[in-house]
Design a protein around this ligand. Sequence first.
Ligand code: UD1
Ligand code: UDP
Length: 355
Amino acid sequence: MKIITVLGARPQFIKAAPLSAALRKNHDEKIVHTGQHYDYQMSDVFFEELGIPKPEYFLGVGSKQHGAQTGEMLTKVEEVLLKEKPDWVLVYGDTNSTLAGALAAAKLHIPIAHVEAGLRSYNRQMPEEINRVLTDHLSALLFCPTDRAVENLALEGLTEGVVRTGDVMADALYYHARRAEDRQLGENLRYPEKSYLLATVHRAENTDNPERLQGIVEAFARIKGQIILPLHPRTKKLLQDHNISLPENVKLIEPVGYLEMVLLEKGAELILTDSGGVQKEAYLWRVPCVTMRDETEWVETVQIGWNTLTGASAAKIAAAVAGYRQNPLPPYQENLYGNGRASEEIAAALEKQRR
Ligand code: UD1
Ligand code: UDP
């Protein structure tokens, strides 16, 4: 079957690593890269490190306001779809690239497969929530990473075409963990195991709002220990715009490649993040996590006590870190995000759709 995959942002490249490999065993897949992320460390590094097939189309849309960015992607994806006439369009997650790919396909009556369907924060202020709700309602196949995602879809009347597959990001980690462990971090990052914390911050609600960003930085200053912060370019820019400087215990570095990132995660005492992917990876490495958001789509790790939601309050973030340091960790539950075979299951479900 001919499948066009539309992607454009860092976590989507990582998700495509295992899934493109699985799809290409039996399908003719072509990748369309919208250009939403374009710095070497936000895009090319993942294609090179993870052996993701080179995109057939690069749309070069770049950074813009939501409407302009999504609109330009929509126009350009439509041109590709008219030319390629695929049987399916596949999209990942909840970025503007996801919505543009889904909308372009829906208008041309091409069925859509949505990977990472059914996630909800129930916060419509988040651009991602709008993107995922709309994409789910346009999709014919909805690949859910968790039981909760299946339940969320059912609450919206979506039950047809819903398949619980596990999480392709977990597949990526299971697949590449050994390769990462065989590597050595750069000399500037070689800290003893569990002697540092790792942090990432990039969510719009935390970076666009100076009070929230200041709260997070203030929390970093209150926490005892070295914090490594591979900084998303969005946050770098907004720290400057809001004139916020980082405390001395924060080691600021450029965004890193996936293999370096997951090694940093593995060696961390604790992870502080507002990323979706990093929350799950923390759990898979058995590293406790503080999620600096008011809600999360990945509720499973919070429910079993390995992840704490703090919002952007300095006091709550610092208290969550202290809590982990003072108390033993709760029991670990295996396979919360599947058994590493989500990509194979997605490829097989698409195979069943052959006309
Ligand atoms: C996007 C997604 C978010 C996802 C994140 C993953 C949307 C609405 N948001 O957020 O869901 O979690 O990607 O990382 O789709 N920039 C660069 N170089 C780059 C890319 C971005 O400098 O290669 C800077 C630009 O200043 C840009 C800003 O980052 O304006 C934001 O980029 P954008 O892609 O709009 O949103 P993200 O915050 O990356
Ligand atoms: N990641 C990375 N380098 C970094 C920061 C994150 O490779 O400097 C990886 C991380 O391991 C995870 C993914 O990027 O696999 C998460 O992407 P991000 O946090 O940008 O987006 P989200 O998951 O929140 O949508």
